[in-house]
Design a binder for this molecule. Structure first.
Ligand SMILES: [Zn+2]
Length: 474
């Protein structure tokens, strides 16, 4: 384990420079780098340029923006002067989710504001804080010691929040220059405030669009109601058939390829503390609502190792301006989170076939399956890289990390780890269950963010010590 006294100058530099890192984070939050279609791509480019400027300023070399076709820009940088030491790829993303309902934010989503130890703003946690953690750790080493114990490559993506659509093309073109012995991703979260975590499983993700058509044009609901089929009702019946009365998936065959937990996974899941009241509170669940799913599976198994269906959006007529009409058509965007073992394309097809089969009254059904599909990612969280991460997080936070899964998806992890010959991927990050990432009032717990800056600086030396000399270079 690294000698903390020897690390003092490095950690002191983080403390001393924290106001500068904080203002770098705040400047990034002020740029509305929403990658979703319909938002200005120029803002995502502006945030890429701001990230590139931040990385140049701390002494990284060969800082560049990369694009594949018309993708949002990736920011890439490196420092490769640690001779035979291992090479670490540090990942984060600079794009953000749309702000959602602006009126539900307590303060402007793109104006960072501190309240009760938390910094509010879109991207404060997910994932601009992650990009600045990488910068703070590198700055600490180069500023205090003039060197870094590992070779470092940095990749800050610009389209994570829209499913990393250009990832495989990017990997094909730039995979070699980014090759590393270990990947560190600052895009996951803590178990709770003050308690860090290492995430070793992520669900996969896909979605589809289903459109139901009944009429050439809307018709009078009084003249025709009771005889003509209502596509909004038809779609509702189809969507309702996706789950049973417990809320568990009821699509025949969809769960056939779910891999059951191994004994080691089962034991890790069982060892995690679960406190339902605080879980409900963090989720903002209304008092009368119950948790859903098959109660024979633990909550963590349902969240991380089982698929889940969510209706992301429904198009019929908005209530405002609606009138006495039977609509011509209705549509829904259906998201599917995939469990370990599941084949994304097979699952998409099974879901599409089911929706066609249950469509009532002979209505026309169209399913668009062209959307991205990424499988789940799971690793066995053992070996020198995980030992290094556990030691670094324990030193920085004063408590050991929790080994956890996340029900969400980071499409980057699986393909990169595989392309680098199964390189270990260490997923940490500064959010916590109260961070409301992707929602209104997203926030960052500032003390935990500070601890993560320390942890990553320590991690760089722990990796050098525990992973030894490596072959991967430039
Ligand atoms: Zn993220």
């Amino acid at each position: 384990m690294a000698d903390t006294n020897a690390l003092r100058p490095v950690l002191d530099r983080i403390d001393r420079e924290l106001p500068r890192h904080r203002s770098a984070l705040e400047s990034l939050i002020r740029i509305p780098s929403v990658s979703a279609p319909g938002f200005p791509a120029a803002e995502v480019r502006r945030s890429a340029e701001a990230v590139a400027a931040m990385l140049s300023k701390i002494g990284l070399r060969h800082v560049r923006l990369l694009q594949i076709h018309d993708s949002h820009p990736y920011v890439v940088a490196e420092w490769l002067e640690a001779a035979d030491a291992p090479t670490v790829l540090l990942y984060a993303h600079h794009d953000v989710q749309p702000p959602g309902h602006i009126e539900r934010w307590t303060s402007d989503p793109f104006v960072p504001v501190e309240r009760a130890g938390r910094l509010y703003g879109r991207g404060s946690s997910d994932d601009k804080a992650g990009a600045v953690i990488h910068a703070a750790a590198i700055d600490a080493w180069l500023g205090a010691e003039g060197t870094i114990p590992c070779n470092v490559k940095v990749l800050i993506e610009g389209e994570e929040e829209i499913g990393s659509g250009h990832l495989s093309a990017f990997l094909e073109r730039h995979g070699d220059e980014l090759r590393a012995d270990v990947i560190v991703l600052a895009d996951a979260g803590n178990w709770s405030v003050g308690r860090p975590a290492l995430t070793y499983m992520l669900r996969g993700l896909t979605d589809l669009l289903v459109r139901v058509r009944a009429l050439a044009a809307p018709q009078h609901s009084g003249m025709f109601g009771g005889v003509l089929p209502d596509p909004a009702l038809a779609l509702s019946k189809m969507l309702a058939s996706l789950v049973d009365e417990r809320g568990a998936i009821a699509v025949p065959g969809l769960c056939d390829d779910v891999r059951p937990p191994t004994d080691a996974e089962r034991a890790r899941l069982a060892s995690l503390p679960f406190d339902e009241p605080s879980f409900r509170r963090a989720a903002g669940l209304v008092g009368s609502a119950r948790l859903i799913g098959n109660p024979e599976r633990s909550l963590f198994e349902r969240l991380w190792m089982q698929p889940a269906i969510t209706i992301l959006g429904i198009d019929s007529h908005p209530i405002a301006g609606s009138s006495n009409q039977i609509l011509a058509e209705a549509a829904a965007r259906v998201s599917l989170r995939l469990a370990p073992g599941q084949d994304p394309r097979r699952c998409q097809q099974v879901l599409a076939d089911h929706l066609r089969r249950v469509a009532p009254w002979g209505l026309e059904v169209e399913v668009d399956l062209s959307h991205e599909a990424a499988p789940a990612w799971v690793c066995e969280p053992t070996g020198p890289a995980f030992d290094a991460a556990e030691a670094a997080l324990t030193t920085a936070f004063g408590v050991p990390p929790v080994y956890m899964g996340v029900g969400g998806s980071i499409p980057f992890v699986g393909p990169f780890a595989a392309a680098f010959g199964g390189a270990p991927a260490l997923l940490t990050g500064p959010s916590d269950p109260g961070s409301r990432i992707h929602s209104e009032d997203e926030s960052l717990q500032l003390d935990d963010w500070h601890h993560h800056c320390h942890a990553e600086a320590i991690l760089l030396t722990e990796i050098a010590e525990r992973m030894g000399k490596k072959l991967v270079k430039g």
